[in-house]
Unconditional design. Structure first.
Length: 249
């Protein structure tokens, strides 16, 4: 009887262990499925590599960028507009022609994207944002389907940030956008220490952030340019790669 009882206990224990293992596997699988997937973009240029993460908070811009990269849309495109202490801009497919002295900036994939101006995403140094036409012809602030810029910016003091607030509120009022924009304390601290382009907040869609290669952004930003802000020496995106990861960098 004792031997039979021990076997019975062992069998019950085995059933319980099996159940626990299955439960843990199912729970772990569900938790893994619920974790966000992050998309990391690396621009391979003729002066170095820049890697940035696409924000999941802006899914229209994220998915569009991924589609363009998979179609090799950006391969061979120039950084056609570079302004030191402000930003570097690219994404015009016409610039693949690399015609000397030509003003680029009007090309695109043939469509715009609805604005995704998300509270909490702002123009600190290193963010990636969508270029667009001005409010006078684009009151909905739709984004270019392909052109984007990476912020270098500069450091501001309190007086400068107050001027920025007034400028933003004047633009918004002219575009019949209600509510007064006040720079949050967290943003203010970043703009006063790290820097950025706060006058673009609430105006343009921010959809990514540089995580590696910001020194290359600074290198490009410091290049000599012509009267149209085009670098005298071509800065070329040679190729672009995507990497997906569940790890937030």
């Amino acid at each position: 009887m004792k031997i039979y009882f021990l076997k019975s206990v062992s069998a019950n224990a085995l059933i319980r262990i099996t159940f626990i293992i299955l439960f843990l596997i199912m729970t772990g699988t569900n938790m893994l499925a619920k974790r966000d997937i992050y998309n990391y973009i690396t621009l391979y240029t003729n002066v170095g590599e820049i890697t940035f993460r696409l924000y999941n908070q802006t899914p229209l811009h994220r998915d569009n960028f991924i589609k363009l990269v998979k179609g090799r849309f950006f391969d061979g495109i120039l950084f056609h507009r570079v302004i030191d202490n402000f930003m570097i801009q690219t994404g015009d497919p016409d610039s693949k022609a690399k015609e000397a002295g030509k003003l680029y900036g009007n090309g695109g994939p043939g469509y715009d994207l609805p604005a995704e101006i998300i509270p909490g995403l702002y123009h600190k140094r290193g963010v990636v944002a969508a270029a667009r036409e001005g409010d006078s012809v684009n009151p909905e602030r739709k984004s270019s389907g392909s052109q984007f810029y990476i912020v270098k910016g500069k450091v501001f003091d309190d007086e400068g940030l107050k001027t920025v607030e007034n400028r933003i509120n004047s633009r918004n009022a002219a575009n019949n956008i209600q509510g007064e924009h006040t720079i949050p304390d967290e943003w203010r601290d970043i703009y006063k220490t790290v820097g950025g382009t706060p006058h673009l907040d609430t105006q343009y869609t921010v959809f990514g952030e540089v995580i590696h290669g910001y020194d290359i952004v600074e290198t490009i930003s410091g290049k000599s340019t012509d009267s149209n802000d085009r670098p005298v020496e071509d800065i070329i995106i040679l190729s672009v790669k995507i990497k997906k990861s569940r790890k937030l960098k």
